[in-house]
Ligand binder design. Structure first.
Ligand code: 5GP
Ligand code: ZN
Length: 114
């Protein structure tokens, strides 16, 4: 169910424009507005989940990672490599409170954990 004030729910509903990369019945993926790599996509569940800390249905994680892998294949960076990141809560640096998987690729990424 969409949360009225949630930015990413509005993107799923098309109320806020986004550059769609992938969509199926449970997942939507689009380009990050402030890319941190040549390719930077956000993979999100269509159901509103505030964060990984609030997740009750872990099947959602499988669908997010399956979608990320499919995007990696379609965009041609499955072999060269990619990074997936989920920021959770305040200390995790989460700024949008609708669960999302960052998918980054396209060149050698620097840094790992901070
Ligand atoms: P977080 O910091 O919560 O892990 O990631 C939120 C991400 O959402 C950031 O990378 C930010 O650039 C992206 N973002 C924020 N607002 C928008 C928007 O309106 N459109 C798109 N496409 N990305 C957004
Ligand atoms: Zn939402």
């Amino acid at each position: 169910m969409a949360h009225q004030e949630c930015l990413f729910c509005k993107i799923i509903e098309g109320k806020i424009p986004s550059q769609k990369i992938f969509e199926n019945e449970s997942v939507y993926a689009f380009s990050d507005i402030h890319p941190q790599a040549k390719h930077h996509f956000l993979v999100i569940p269509k159901i509103h989940v505030t964060s990984l800390a609030e997740l009750s249905d872990t099947n959602i994680m499988a669908s997010l990672y399956e979608a990320a892998l499919q995007i990696a294949k379609e965009k041609g960076f499955k072999e060269s490599g990619f990074r997936t990141v989920i920021n959770t809560g305040q200390h995790g640096g989460q700024t949008v409170f609708h669960l999302h998987l960052h998918l980054l690729a396209g060149s050698q990424l620097s840094g790992k954990f901070n």
